[in-house]
Design a protein around this ligand. Structure first.
Ligand code: AMP
Ligand code: ZN
Length: 494
């Protein structure tokens, strides 16, 4: 079965076939780098990353381009407020975005920056003017003439038949239900960044950026265009209008939109105090792998309600998978194979593929791997996993992880980076004890800890309880919990 994906354009789940045989060309609207990205943004970027990884697993070569919006109204306003250039202002947040994406296991697409493609954008506007799709206003701004593009509204299914010809709007975020000629190019205002171009001075509108850069990188028609659901209108509607009126060809064939994330059932907002960046969560002591796992766990077209309970649950799930893998790779097994385990591994692979083929049903794919873990763990306990069962079970885990990317245990170094960042940003007070403990405990290798436990045992044998307690306190400080039982001393990392 080929991959079936929901296409916002047709409002249907369709079979996905790329325009070129073995290659998928996809474009994702990237972040506007005026602040740190929040977990809602990353829900969308993780959904796109899962799609990319699954397409690759399905045998396609991937050309995946993402823009960085490094000039817009907010950026211009904030950089002016801070007295720095647009470039200085955005560099910090672009870096932070890329760090966060890497922390969450998101593979980096080819990046294109708006400010590096200004001349091409001006050319694009000039051609639209030539064709009669755009006009220049008295102040030197350029607008797209919506009345010339009757298909306007076909993506968002809005009816604009009664719109006013020539009514204009020059902000990127406008009233969602009124169609207005939108700004392609904005004339300079005093104190704002602007560029000198063939159509005069000014700066590009946000919608123009994506049309120009996607077609430049991927061609006039390409396979898939992605973003969060808020981008359907006006952003993607406007991209289609600009691109298709220029080329006369269909722009993107599939439109992939991720549903918005809610936090504890509410819209995420600073005023509600439920606004989180990935860094905020790590500062509270949560692992990047738990965040990724949770954000990937709900299929992209369903509402994802982010909760701290869910995040804790995700941590347990990731641990279970990692422990299972450890058990497989470190265990001693009797020679031979168990046909049941062989079938289990194969069927799990098939179930995961079928789930992801079904419009990226990540929840079902996760359910399939957990069912395998459950059955294999039961078989472990009765000694019925054999040596030859290990490779196929590991291979099924590997298949899972090619898409979900949570098994590799590099949480602690990533958490340490966030801790250091908080220190340099003067956010010491936001660093939780849980994060400190996690990072501390990583300083000690298992062997270091065992050596200290041996000292503790020796101290206790010679009834030097003071010394034993001191070692125990030292370990606790480093996030290691020591338990003294009648069977001896046990320890674990907090
Ligand atoms: P922005 O940086 O605001 O341009 O957004 C970057 C991406 O995140 C876009 O694809 C948005 O649609 C998406 N996005 C913004 N807020 C949310 C949210 N709460 N849930 C899911 N995606 C979001
Ligand atoms: Zn875009």
């Amino acid at each position: 079965m080929p991959l079936r994906l929901f296409n916002t354009m047709s409002s249907q789940v369709e079979e996905f076939h790329p325009l070129r045989d073995s290659e998928v060309r996809m474009y994702a609207c990237g972040p506007t780098v005026y602040d740190y990205g929040h977990i809602g943004n990353f829900r969308t970027f993780i959904a796109i990353d899962l799609l990319r990884r699954f397409l690759r697993q399905s045998g396609y070569k991937i050309q995946h381009v993402m823009n960085i919006t490094d000039v817009d109204d907010k950026i211009i306003r904030n950089s002016a407020r801070d007295g720095v250039t647009v470039q200085q202002y955005t560099a910090k947040y672009e870096k932070a975005f890329l760090e966060d994406a890497a922390m969450l296991g998101i593979e980096q697409p080819t990046l294109v920056r708006a400010t590096e493609h200004i001349p091409e954008m001006a050319q694009f506007v000039a051609k639209l003017v030539e064709k009669g799709f755009a006009y220049r206003a008295d102040d030197g701004s350029y607008y797209f003439r919506i009345a010339k593009f009757p298909r306007y509204g076909k993506l968002s299914k809005k009816d604009f038949s009664s719109m006013l010809d020539g009514a204009r709007v020059d902000v990127d975020e406008y009233d969602k239900d009124s169609a207005r000629d939108f700004a392609l190019w904005k004339a300079p205002k005093p104190g704002e960044a602007s560029w000198d171009t063939v159509i005069g001075p000014g700066r590009p509108g946000w919608h123009l950026e994506c049309s120009v850069m996607s077609m430049e990188e991927l061609g006039e028609s390409f396979d898939l265009h992605a973003g969060g659901e808020d981008l359907i209108f006006p952003h993607h509607e406007n991209e289609i209008a600009q691109s298709e009126s220029l080329t006369g060809k269909p722009f993107a064939h599939f439109w992939f939109h991720a549903r918005f994330l809610l936090v504890e059932g509410e819209k995420m907002s600073k005023s509600l105090g439920n606004f989180f960046t990935p860094r905020d969560l790590v500062l509270k002591g949560h692992k990047p792998s738990s965040i990724r796992y949770l954000l990937a766990s709900v299929p992209y077209r369903n509402q994802l309600n982010f909760t701290f309970d869910g995040l804790k649950q995700a941590a347990v799930s990731v641990d279970r998978l990692r422990n299972f893998r450890l058990r497989l790779s470190a265990g001693n097994f009797a020679d031979g194979s168990n046909p049941q385990m062989q079938t289990l591994a194969t069927e799990t692979g098939d179930r995961m593929r079928a789930a992801l083929d079904d419009d990226l049903n990540t929840a079902q794919a996760q359910a399939a791997i957990f069912e395998m873990v459950r059955q294999a763990n039961t078989a472990f306990d009765t000694g019925s996993v054999m040596k030859d069962d290990v490779p196929p079970l590991l291979a099924a885990l590997e298949k899972f992880d090619e898409v979900f990317a949570v098994l590799h245990d590099d949480d602690i170094p990533k958490m340490k980076q966030v801790l250091q960042w908080a220190q340099t940003e003067g956010r010491e007070k936001d660093i939780s004890q849980e994060l400190r403990d996690a990072v501390q405990s990583a300083h000690l290798s298992d062997a270091d800890i065992e050596a200290k436990i041996a000292d503790m045992r020796a101290a206790r044998t010679s009834r030097d309880f003071k010394k034993s307690d001191a070692i125990r306190a030292e370990l606790a400080e480093a996030g290691i919990l020591v338990e003294i039982t009648k069977d001896g001393i046990r320890w674990r990392r907090r």
